[in-house]
Design a protein around this ligand. Structure first.
Ligand SMILES: Cc1cc2nc3c(=O)[nH]c(=O)nc-3n(C[C@H](O)[C@H](O)[C@H](O)COP(=O)(O)O)c2cc1C
Length: 165
């Protein structure tokens, strides 16, 4: 099975979860940013797992990312804005029929879900959800991840392999 984990991540939390999920799936699975996951790289993929942070109660929009760029000097750590939004990556994704799963990183109590928005978009393109949209929790606005979340992400990756069987 060829699986790929694709992420949008500005402070590294979602990227770390993506790497842990890929590790749980197996050594051949890569975690790639939206910039790295080109059409060529994802061709022939059986399972796409896509993740993004929940920002402003939603899957980040282009205007939010512009806002992050404008506000960067006030952040404790400048955001990584080197890759496109998950939203635009999904807009460019061709239709498909493979498996799909999604995740988000977020604080505990917030309304909204980036992961559900991602899964809905994948489903609309013809992909088949193999798991419920998953959330991984950070301790503060910029992270770090809550203790145990990376282990949980790895286990979720392994469970996705089973769900594909
Ligand atoms: C500007 C900003 C807005 C945020 N808005 C929300 C939000 O609405 N709900 C939430 O649960 N977390 C929110 N967070 C927390 C992020 O979702 C969390 O830090 C996430 O892990 C960031 O992912 P990244 O490190 O991969 O960029 C926000 C963080 C920032 C910096």
């Amino acid at each position: 099975m060829k699986a790929i984990v694709v992420y949008e991540s500005h402070w590294g939390n979602t990227a770390a979860v993506a790497r842990a999920i890929a590790e749980g799936i197996g050594p051949e699975t890569q975690a790639l940013s939206t910039a790295e996951a080109s059409g060529e790289v994802i061709a022939g993929t059986d399972l796409i797992i896509a993740g993004a942070p929940l920002l402003g109660f939603s899957l980040p929009t282009e205007s939010m990312l512009k806002g992050l760029a404008g506000n960067a000097s006030k952040d404790p750590v400048a955001p990584d804005l080197s890759h496109p939004s998950m939203r635009s990556w999904l807009d460019a994704l061709p239709k498909g029929a493979g498996g799909a799963a999604s995740f988000e990183t977020r604080i505990w109590w917030s309304p909204g879900s980036a992961a559900k928005a991602i899964l809905g978009k994948l489903e609309a393109l013809g992909y088949r959800p193999v798991a419920k949209a998953q959330r991984f929790v950070v301790q503060g606005k910029y992270g770090p991840l809550r203790d145990g979340e990376l282990e949980r992400a790895k286990a979720w990756g392994a469970a996705l392999v089973q769900a594909m069987k």
